[in-house]
Design a protein around this ligand. Sequence first.
Ligand code: SAM
Length: 256
Amino acid sequence: VARKRFGQHFLSDESVIDAIVREIDPRPGQSMVEIGPGLAALTQPLVERVGKLAVVELDRDLAERLRRHPQLEVVEADVLKVDFRALADARGAAKLRVVGNLPYNISSPILFHLLQYVDRVADQHFMLQKEVVDRMVAAPATSDYGRLSVMLQWRYAMEDVLFVPPEAFDPPPRVDSAVVRMVPYEQPVAVDEQLLSELVQVSFSQRRKLLRHTLGKWLEQKGHGGRFDLQRRAEEVPVPEYLDLAVAVSRDGAGW
Ligand code: SAM
């Protein structure tokens, strides 16, 4: 029986499982980690291809079953507390491939948790609520464009690779799903994450208003007197402009 509090919706459609595995394209010997393997619907085809797989599962009963599989290294833990740097180091891997059909109730926290380890990640393939994927990959001047888009597009090239309907799961979730591919940029713009996060949060706090009413005050407090065009709404500002502004503000803060 699926546990609701763990967001358990198990993949049951073989053709969808095949399609996801094709998108992931697992190769022998790769260092891969699966988040939330559950009943091993994805785990099985993945481990057959890579040979060895680390899995992070919170549910004690599921973890117990998974431990019977000799090629799996089961980490019984809350993924939000897992140190992926230590996980990579323990495997002698420079970078990990991270995959998973995530528990939707904590998908944003998982995405932000993994952002801390982006330098140790080769790529990520996640099944998420379609609506969340839409927000992740959104372009400026759309209603989906927001904090999630800016913070993630800063570090990853992302692509919505597969639509998955509710019927592919047991029990079916109430929402559509999608698989997103996330590949970290080799040389991202160097920005203080905390500052960028604050800037973006302030900007989108009142999406309907012009930035001079929201960001204007914040920039003043930070002592920034640049020429950033505040006669726009947050959703009209492309990601590179947010990054440039964050860089400029942190320079002001450093007394330059
Ligand atoms: N991968 C399986 C599949 O596709 O059939 C199961 C996916 S189900 C949506 C989410 C899985 O994540 C469940 O197995 C659940 O027990 C596990 N899970 C939920 N919260 C978790 C957490 N905080 N840390 C690790 N695993 C978690």
